[in-house]
Design a protein. Structure first.
Length: 267
């Protein structure tokens, strides 16, 4: 297989390393296309693939082309890429908010997969949702899925409109989690723990709680009740949470993120 990654920032490099790790592609058959000269020099030092420009004719030999650039850079980039893209290549876009039809029109190809990964992909624990052009065969979709699965779990949506909701829920989701952990650690510091001890208590609690959710057979409401007791400490905390509508406001925030994703979409 020959593979090109267009735009080798953080996520592009995560995919490059994952593909090499799992022998999806060899470094000899991996092209890293980058417009930023300083970034190109950094990539060359890594020696993980051929570093070149986006209109390199060799890109036309690629079976897969992954577009991992900022959405606002796509219009300029697409002009050069269109001139070298092969009609046989599968294009996988991980650009937020740019719809398949927009990419098809910009590149003159119908073989497009649109995916939304999240930051835990960096450690192989990502969650990636994806959808695909109707013209792609099942074999082509599976080929794309095999690549996306190298960084964690994947889920396919036939309805592309749900990708905006994915962006708000799992795409931005790690930041919501970090936010909650940050304020729990801050509360620990206010109670007298130094930051290291508070962070240990919170992070291990989060890790254990996740595994309970993952392997347990109780509902989340039942799990909350199991930790709570009448007149106890957990109930005292939840009285404040409920009075301030913490849960409702969290949901409102996520729905606002979805709205913003739709506003930013290019169709």
């Amino acid at each position: 297989m020959k593979l090109t990654i267009v735009g080798c920032g953080n996520m592009g490099l995560i995919y490059a390393r994952a593909f090499l790790k799992y022998d999806i592609v060899s470094s000899a058959n991996l092209i890293l296309a980058e417009k930023n000269e300083e970034r190109k020099q950094e990539l060359k030092k890594l020696s993980i693939g051929k570093v070149t420009v986006v209109n390199d004719k060799e890109i036309s030999e690629s079976d897969i082309i992954i577009i991992s650039v900022k959405p606002q850079d796509f219009n300029e980039l697409s002009q050069g890429l269109k001139s070298v893209i092969s009609p046989k290549s599968i294009v996988i876009s991980i650009m937020a908010g740019i719809n398949i039809s927009f990419i098809e029109n910009a590149l003159g190809t119908g073989n497009v997969v649109r995916a939304m990964p999240n930051s835990p992909a960096e450690i192989g624990l990502g969650m990636t949702a994806y959808t695909a052009s109707k013209t792609l065969s099942m074999e082509q979709v599976h080929k794309a899925e095999n690549l996306l699965s190298t960084t964690g779990r994947t889920v396919f949506f036939e309805n592309e409109g749900l990708l905006d909701a994915v962006t708000a829920l799992s795409g931005s989701g790690p930041a919501y989690f970090f936010y909650l952990v940050k304020y729990m650690i801050d509360a620990g510091k206010q109670m007298g723990f130094d930051e290291g001890v508070s962070a240990m208590l919170v992070k291990q609690t989060m890790l254990g709680a996740f595994h309970l959710i993952n392997v347990g057979n109780k509902s989340l409401d039942d799990m909350i009740k199991a930790v709570s007791s009448k007149g106890g400490t957990t109930e005292a905390a939840f009285t404040v949470f409920n009075d301030n509508k913490v849960g409702e406001n969290l949901a409102k925030g996520i729905l606002r993120a979805e709205q913003r994703a739709k506003e930013l979409s290019k169709k």
